[in-house]
Ligand binder design. Structure first.
Ligand SMILES: NC(=O)c1ccc[n+]([C@@H]2O[C@H](COP(=O)([O-])OP(=O)(O)OC[C@H]3O[C@@H](n4cnc5c(N)ncnc54)[C@H](O)[C@@H]3O)[C@@H](O)[C@H]2O)c1
Length: 169
């Protein structure tokens, strides 16, 4: 199969690329190298079935693929809080662009997320049937677009309503 890995130069993405190549697949990795490093995939760059494209998932992309693993998002708090609006765009636009590509190519999509979607969970471990314990307030934490803009964002500080809108979406 031909497989797209977004965030392919990151911690999980680089190992996933390696695994998929070892399993005999063709792999296209895209990454803007915000937190990822080319060094992570240096050993894969000469692999005949591997292709790396420096690209931001906020911008549309077109590849003929059978599967998409969407891992492109800074994972650690200092990184995803560094530019909260960019993080939201990465999560939302990245997912939309992956889904758009999947619709066109009929590829299956894997969307990476984090246990932060459950908020402060009341159940451990969380089964798939558990909906979480999440506050809709701006201080609620979650991955992707529910990671709230924080102090650095001038736009979102001006109005509680827009913070809510962004934080809770
Ligand atoms: N590492 C973990 O233990 C863990 C656990 C659960 C979920 N996850 C999720 O898995 C995903 C990957 O985590 P990770 O630990 O590999 O993080 P990571 O920061 O090492 O990798 C993310 C990759 O995405 C790239 N990236 C960020 N923004 C991008 C953009 N706009 N366009 C293109 N590439 C972009 C980064 O450069 C990096 O290479 C994240 O969504 C994370 O929340 C990770």
């Amino acid at each position: 199969m031909r497989i797209l890995v977004t965030g392919g130069a990151g911690f999980l993405g680089s190992h996933l690329c390696e695994r998929l190549l070892n399993d005999g697949h063709e792999v296209v990795a895209i990454d803007n190298l915000f937190t990822g490093r080319k060094l992570n995939i240096a050993h894969l760059l000469k692999h005949p079935n591997f292709e790396f494209v420096r690209h931001d998932v906020i911008d549309p992309f077109k590849f003929e693929v059978d599967q998409i693993y969407n891992l492109a998002c800074p994972a650690s708090p200092p990184h995803y809080q560094y530019n909260p609006i960019k993080t939201i765009k990465t999560s939302v636009m990245g997912a939309i662009n992956c889904l758009g590509l999947a619709k066109r190519t009929r590829a299956r999509v894997f969307q990476a997320s984090t246990s932060e979607v459950y908020g402060d969970p009341q159940v451990h471990p969380q089964p798939e049937t558990y909906w979480g314990h999440v506050s809709a307030s701006p201080s609620a934490r979650g991955p992707g677009c529910s990671r709230p803009p924080r102090r650095r964002s001038m736009v979102t500080r001006r109005s509680t309503r827009s913070r809510r809108a962004i934080g809770a979406t």
